[in-house]
Design a binder for this molecule. Structure first.
Ligand code: ATP
Ligand code: MG
Length: 561
């Protein structure tokens, strides 16, 4: 799929929505209930956004509801900070769970009762084997597993031991509760999976009330059933868990039997969408935090200046499929540009300044030129930009010996300064190292506003700022975090891009940027889309480049004529 071929779909053209539609039409369900079930062990990434848009989107489109449910069954890895961050990110994407905020931990008492129910039914047993022993007896894809020596324990003994597990009589890892299914099953998930383990740990919500915690598999389906979820949508890794999901719901007196459907997770080139890897990037100091603008987290994308609508459109564009694939990062950037092009105010900033002195401009004179805030949106209005005898232009907009296709400033050549005047380069000043440090130019006062009354043309229009009225700023340019389109998630260190952050410290920005708000996107003309970073102080502005403009070099000569 190329970018040009994609359009943002209207609602409803994927296999899951087809199922939902059919279930409504057949009367199987009157109301659609979905859920987004994050584990609070890290910040959300853009892969989660796909799941959020799918679950909340379906609820919106079909007049149902979507629950936000924290899958908080592993107190060792989970933190309140993550719970708050996840809520913030879901809201930021534009979704609302209303009163339907739940936690797997809300159901711990019920889950425990269901575990006893399984024991009484002879479908679960307490196993004293160590983790290693269990691993060694699980078998392989081609060989059956071996039954545990504890598998034949009586119901009474199992109940007694399980209650004592709950009461805290045993240390971590001493015993587990396992389902009694089939150690020879072709599906390893059915080889007596662990349902409860002992963990003496403080839980963010239940504190020390529990020292045994349900496994993902034991918590997930039953939580869905309690909440009356109609369509339990998850990623393909869980396809092999579905038989267990169904076995548990069939074995327990649950109030409903939801159905699990699997879709392909989002993978993006040049990044890794795995909380484990992202956690390591943060802990290892490879990035400045979960909200580092290079991170594929929603917090990072937000700080970088990506609007949530761009993410939602991106997710619509890529669609929902049943086969895994890798989406090109260019697709995401395309959606971001498309939105920012419509919404971002145009501003002028010079990233790598080169001083220009206009020799025939009166010393001490002050003037303001009128500039459009958005070329396609008259309602965005105009602003006044100070102009003067001393200016900065972009260093790479000048070449002393220009090649054939270089249309910008060169000795003796005339170009337009956007919204201002035509200027001609008269003299090049260099330092002792031979580097160009200043240009002496002249301007044509008759070209005010940027047009010549005699109709003569120039081949380039440059952005600029006044030396006196601009302010210094820092700009952070972001490159991909990884050097390879498919970084090795197992050992990613070798694939890390050591040039993922480029800091420009001598940037000059026009006055309209002095009060830029964090999170508000602006286009630096001819440079890309930027937003003020939260590291900014009143003394020092910092901007992030959200994304570049697609055409930086080739089209310069054609622009703005
Ligand atoms: P990770 O793989 O990053 O560790 P996870 O699956 O462990 O993520 P959860 O908090 O369990 O993270 O995920 C919540 C929901 O988001 C799950 O339903 C999961 O299937 C879905 N999800 C996670 N990663 C992706 C992805 N890359 N694309 C689409 N959905 C995803
Ligand atoms: Mg998970």
């Amino acid at each position: 799929m190329t970018i040009a071929e994609t359009t943002v779909r209207e609602t409803g053209q994927d296999f899951i929505r087809d199922i939902v539609r059919a279930d409504l039409a057949s009367g199987r369900h009157k109301t659609i209930v979905t859920r987004f079930p994050p584990e609070p062990n890290g910040y959300l990434h853009i892969g989660h956004a796909k799941s959020i848009c799918l679950n909340f989107g379906i609820a919106e489109e079909f007049g149902g509801r979507c629950h936000l449910r924290f899958d908080d069954t592993n107190p060792i890895k989970e933190e309140q900070e993550y719970i708050e961050a996840i809520k913030q990110d879901v809201r930021w994407l534009g979704f609302d769970w209303g009163e339907h905020l739940y936690h797997a931990s809300d159901y711990f008492e019920q889950l425990y009762a269901w575990a006893e129910h399984l024991i009484r039914a002879g479908k679960a047993y307490v196993d004293d084997q160590t983790q290693e022993e269990m691993r060694a007896t699980r078998g392989t894809l081609t060989e059956a597993g071996t039954e545990s020596p504890y598998r034949r324990r009586s119901v009474a003994e199992n109940l007694d031991l399980f209650r004592r597990m709950r009461a805290g009589e045993f240390p971590n890892g001493a015993r587990v509760l396992r389902a009694k299914i089939d150690m020879a099953s072709g599906n390893i998930n059915l080889r007596d999976p662990v349902l409860y383990r002992i963990l003496h740990a403080e839980h963010p919500r239940t504190g020390r009330a529990w020292c045994i915690y349900p496994s993902y598999d034991f918590a997930h389906g039953q939580s869905d059933a309690i909440e009356g979820i109609t369509h339990s949508i998850c990623t393909l890794e869980f396809e092999d868990h579905r038989p267990l999901y169904d076995w548990l719901l069939d074995s327990l007196p649950v109030p409903s039997h939801p159905h699990q459907y699997e879709f392909a997770r989002l993978n993006l080139t040049y990044t890794v969408l795995s909380k484990r890897v992202l956690t390591e990037l943060v802990r290892g100091g490879h990035v400045t935090g979960w909200d580092d603008p290079r991170m594929p987290t929603l917090a990072g994308l937000r700080r970088r200046g990506v609007p949530p609508t761009a993410i939602r459109d991106f997710v619509k564009r890529i669609g929902v499929a049943k086969a895994n694939s890798i989406v090109d990062m260019a697709m995401l950037e395309f959606s971001i540009r498309e939105h920012l092009n419509k919404t971002a105010r145009r501003r002028m900033a010079v990233l790598r300044p080169l001083k220009v002195v206009i020799e025939n401009y009166p010393e001490g004179a002050n003037e303001e030129v009128e500039a459009l805030n958005h070329p396609d949106d008259p309602a965005a209005g105009t602003r006044r930009v100070p102009f003067g005898r001393e200016l900065f232009i972009e260093h790479d907009d000048f070449l002393e010996n220009p090649p054939k296709k270089f249309f910008r400033l060169a000795p003796g050549r005339e170009v337009r300064l956007r919204y201002a005047y035509f200027i001609t380069c008269r003299e090049v000043i260099k330092n002792s190292a031979g580097e160009v440090t200043e240009l002496r130019c002249s301007y044509d006062p008759a070209t005010k506003g940027g047009n010549a009354p005699d109709g003569r043309k120039v081949q380039a229009t440059l952005h600029w700022v006044s030396a006196k009225d601009s302010r210094p700023a820092e700009v952070r340019l972001y490159n991909p975090l990884f050097t390879r389109p498919d970084p090795n998630a197992g050992s990613f260190a070798a694939d890390l891009n050591s040039n993922s952050l480029e800091v420009l410290v001598a940037v000059r920005v026009e006055p309209a940027l002095f009060n830029a708000r964090a999170g508000e996107a602006v286009q630096f003309e001819r440079q890309g889309y930027f937003c003020r970073d939260s590291d900014s102080t009143p003394e020092r502005l910092v901007f992030n480049r959200t994304v570049g403009l697609r055409d930086t070099w080739a089209k310069v000569g054609k622009s703005n004529t």
